[in-house]
Design a protein around this ligand. Structure first.
Ligand SMILES: NC(=O)c1ccc[n+]([C@@H]2O[C@H](COP(=O)([O-])OP(=O)(O)OC[C@H]3O[C@@H](n4cnc5c(N)ncnc54)[C@H](O)[C@@H]3O)[C@@H](O)[C@H]2O)c1
Length: 340
């Protein structure tokens, strides 16, 4: 049983990955400071897995705490999810974003070196592509200047990982560039838990459907897309979680000083309006939405070329947009006490 440290493991993607790891024979160990998650996630994990996931509460910028975790457990690999992730907020408090997102990676790499732990999977994002010139976007596409401090932290962290590998530090790295994770565990025990007003489309949609939000504004109707609204590649969080398990397996087959980058998306793009229509169909609810002005900083369209991840990691997305929306909807109903 290999112990995998999941930083930010109480968060949205981390918690689903903890389940995927446990189900694949790994032992997940979580560190989370609960700055963007709730303790109830640990209860959800226990209900799904039938046992508690070992969890350390604290900041992974705290080197002595990270050292303590490595001392107390034989860590075989790390998945580094912990980061601040709100694009808009990052433009208001950039230093906190640089300090949290970059600082935590540096601490982890230092402690991994100290304890001779080689494997790390890093959460990057399709935001590093900006608006790609060619779609679907390939991993080899040059990255664009970041639109936000958040996006820049992802670029910088990728660069740090490249430099670390180049220095012959003896590590093996995969950076996964996530597209747009949505959905929830089908048990509705865990899912996306936005704190405050959601910045992402799907929680806004589900919260509107239950009346927490009055209406959805579709930002822009004059983009060069089939219906004028923005296009994204929406991927079920269970598929995304599985990509982390496949990444760890792949790293095991590699020699030291290895790094590679993979897109993790479905390979399909859907417009905001298509998502709204699909949600209405899945939920049987009519959504109150309006068309508004474009939002500054939004990318017009992006979806993944997934040939590389399909071929090398042997991974592909299994769930449809409808599956994802159904699971998000069931999760929202559970949160809102609307279970049948
Ligand atoms: N959700 C997305 O749309 C998306 C897309 C691309 C990339 N990502 C990246 O994936 C990762 C996970 O995203 P998520 O959606 O699960 O976010 P999330 O906010 O739900 O999870 C992150 C978790 O990390 C914790 N955390 C933050 N800073 C910490 C620190 N210094 N020490 C300990 N814990 C800390 C938070 O409390 C939270 O539980 C992040 O790195 C994010 O940037 C997310």
């Amino acid at each position: 049983m290999k112990n995998i440290l999941i930083t930010g493991g109480a968060g949205y993607i981390g918690s689903h990955t903890a389940v995927a790891l446990e189900e694949s024979g790994y032992t997940p160990i979580i560190i989370d400071d609960f700055s963007n998650s709730e303790k109830s996630v640990l209860v959800g994990l226990k209900n799904i897995l039938g046992k508690e996931v070992k969890t350390y509460e604290g900041d992974c910028n705290d080197k002595s705490l990270v050292q303590k975790i490595f001392r107390e457990n034989k860590i075989d690999g790390v998945i580094h999810f912990a980061a601040s992730k709100a694009v808009g907020e990052s433009t208001k408090i950039p230093l906190r974003y640089y300090s949290n997102n970059i600082g935590s990676l540096l601490v982890l790499l230092e402690v991994m070196k100290e304890y001779d732990v080689k494997n790390i999977v890093f959460s990057s994002s399709c935001t590093v592509y900006g608006q790609p010139d060619v779609l679907p976007v390939l991993e080899s596409t040059p990255r664009k200047e970041a639109e936000s401090p958040y996006g820049n932290t992802k670029k910088i962290c990728e660069d740090i990982l490249h430099d670390h590998v180049k220095s012959k530090a003896g590590v093996k790295v995969i950076a996964l560039r996530y597209f747009n994770p949505i959905g929830a565990h089908p048990s509705s025990e865990i899912g996306e838990l936005p704190i405050g007003v959601p910045a992402n489309l799907i929680p806004f949609v589900t919260q509107t459907a239950v009346g927490i939000r009055e209406k959805i504004t579709v930002f822009g109707s004059d983009y060069e897309t089939k219906d004028g609204s923005c296009v994204r590649d929406y991927i079920h969080v269970l598929d995304l979680a599985d990509a982390h398990v496949k990444s760890l397996e792949y790293l095991d087959s590699k020699q030291d000083d290895f790094i590679d980058i993979f897109n993790v998306g479905t390979g399909n793009g859907n417009t905001v309006l298509e998502v709204i229509k699909a949600f209405e169909k899945v939920s049987g609810k009519n959504l109150n939405y309006e068309i508004g002005a474009r939002r500054a900083g939004d990318i017009e369209k992006v979806w993944a070329n997934t040939d590389k991840v399909n071929k090398l990691l042997g991974w592909e997305a299994k769930y449809s947009l409808e599956d994802s929306l159904r699971d998000s909807w069931n999760w929202q109903k559970k949160l809102s006490g609307m279970e049948e």
